[in-house]
Design a protein around this ligand. Structure first.
Ligand code: FES
Length: 144
């Protein structure tokens, strides 16, 4: 049994040897985004490996095609392609549900904003001159 510490929750789950990371997280109740179901084609199941680089399986060809060869810089892996071989720490912050906050103004707030805008409009200098008059047509013929 190996320990997987899941950030940002800072919780630890126990998994069996050579078990898949995405499946283990799924079974433990953590949501990891995916549309391909673990076939290494969608690239959504990316997690950041904080510790335990030596305790996971090597990068497969399919994973290199999706993420490139930059694991040593980004520490990102496709969780569906990672087999756990020891204790690791993963960060799944990218998979947290996004809360959409809608801020509605009260009628009073809206009216005060309208008043402010009207006052600002009064302070602005008025446009001088206005629109140009259309030029008369030039013709070669003399008007009679
Ligand atoms: S689940 Fe689609 S790439 Fe991992």
């Amino acid at each position: 049994m190996h320990k997987v510490t899941v950030l940002p929750y800072n919780e630890t789950i126990e998994v069996s040897d050579k078990s898949n990371l995405r499946d283990s997280l799924d079974r433990a109740g953590y949501t990891v985004k995916s549309t391909c179901g673990g076939c290494a084609t969608c690239g959504l199941c990316v997690v950041v490996l904080e510790t335990g680089e030596d305790n996971i399986s090597d990068i497969a060809f399919e994973e290199k095609q999706l993420l490139g060869n930059v694991f040593h810089l980004t520490k990102e892996r496709l969780s569906c392609q990672v087999d756990i071989l020891g204790d690791i720490t993963v960060d799944i912050s990218a998979h947290l549900p996004v809360k959409k906050v809608t801020k509605r103004r009260t009628k009073q707030q809206a009216e005060s904003i309208i008043q402010e805008r009207k006052e600002k409009a009064k302070d602005r200098p008025k446009k001088q001159g206005g629109f140009r008059r259309p030029k008369p047509f030039k013709t070669n013929k003399e008007d009679s």
